[in-house]
Design a protein around this ligand. Structure first.
Ligand SMILES: NC(=O)c1ccc[n+]([C@@H]2O[C@H](COP(=O)([O-])OP(=O)(O)OC[C@H]3O[C@@H](n4cnc5c(N)ncnc54)[C@H](OP(=O)(O)O)[C@@H]3O)[C@@H](O)[C@H]2O)c1
Length: 66
């Protein structure tokens, strides 16, 4: 699924804003990464685990500094 996700999002998300729920681990992290990689200007991460979100946020910010 994650292999095809970039193809699905690339035509519509560039420069846009997305909200990813369940983004503290697992598939949500992969989905958030795919949107960031495909050029979303803002990726909002949502979950109950603050520690998980902070960790994912730091990682994605380091991978996508702009
Ligand atoms: N990973 C796979 O390869 C795979 C394959 C097929 C199907 N699935 C299914 O896809 C779903 C997601 O799996 P996953 O591997 O990404 O891991 P997961 O352990 O289900 O967690 C994914 C996200 O969902 C959130 N979450 C979990 N329970 C929640 C609840 N009751 N209310 C709100 N948020 C909740 C978690 O965040 P917080 O706990 O921080 O809120 C986490 O960010 C699952 O249902 C799984 O069975 C996964």
């Amino acid at each position: 699924m994650l292999a095809v996700l970039p193809l699905l999002v690339s035509t519509s998300i560039r420069g846009g804003c997305v909200v990813v729920t369940g983004a503290s681990r697992g598939l949500g992290v992969g989905i958030a990464r795919a949107f960031a990689t495909e050029g979303a200007a803002t990726v909002c991460l949502v979950a109950r685990s603050e520690a998980g979100l902070q960790s994912v946020c730091r990682g994605l910010a380091a991978e996508h500094p702009n």
